[in-house]
Design a protein around this ligand. Structure first.
Ligand SMILES: [Zn+2]
Length: 212
């Protein structure tokens, strides 16, 4: 299977999972995958990502020009955000944007996930900062994301949702899944009296043990 067909297959599969996990509802969310320097597969706007068909995936270039569009659809309304990230981070191959309810709750409360509450968080997603609010589909949002994506692979979008990037579609999805998982753990700890975070010596030991 060539890279394009595999990318389309994985976008459809991850769209189903995002929908089944209720990380997105109705027509929310979007996924993209960079095939090569200037060819990017993106999900369409206005369709449920839980039921996508191969011919509904579009191909665009880094300027947002549509290269392939077999079903004559509109690309994701957050195309500007995807393009800004691919321009800013040449290492990024895939982007998943969703509205997982607990992480989105943190974004609505204005609370980033920047405390080390469990070791895996530090070793997988790292800290999850909060990008300033920007009106969806505008340069305001894409520039706020561009600013923060330089330093993190998983971010919250204020009063909106979450976004994760990766080396491939699965890695971006796993980061989205982990982000929601840590938000859930953090919420439960807060309900039970507050988070007791790892201290700096525990963090140092953890990082040195995993650096080789
Ligand atoms: Zn959104």
């Amino acid at each position: 299977m060539n890279l394009e067909a595999k990318g389309i297959e994985q976008i459809i599969e991850i769209g189903k999972r995002l929908y089944q996990f209720r990380f997105i509802v109705a027509t929310e969310g979007n996924i993209s995958y960079r095939l090569s320097g200037d060819r990017i597969l993106v999900t369409p706007s206005g369709l449920c990502k839980g039921f996508l068909k191969p011919e509904e995936i579009l191909t665009v270039n880094l300027d947002g020009k549509i290269l392939q569009n077999p079903s004559n659809l509109k690309p994701t309304s957050e195309l500007l955000v995807h393009l800004a990230i691919y321009q800013e981070r040449p290492d990024v191959k895939s982007i998943v944007h969703a509205h997982p309810p607990i992480a989105t709750g943190f974004s609505v409360a204005g609370i980033p996930l920047e405390k080390c509450i469990v070791p895996e968080m530090l070793l997988t997603t790292g800290y999850i900062p909060l990008a300033k609010y920007g009106t969806p589909s505008t340069h305001e949002l894409s520039e706020n994301v561009r600013e923060i994506i330089r330093k993190s692979n998983s971010i919250l979008l204020e009063n909106h949702g979450a976004l994760a990037v990766g080396n491939d579609i699965l890695e971006a999805f796993y980061r989205m899944e982990s982000l929601e998982h840590y938000a859930q753990i953090s919420l439960v700890a807060r309900l039970l009296g507050g988070e007791k975070t790892l201290n700096s010596s525990q963090i140092d030991t953890l990082l040195s043990k995993n650096s080789h």
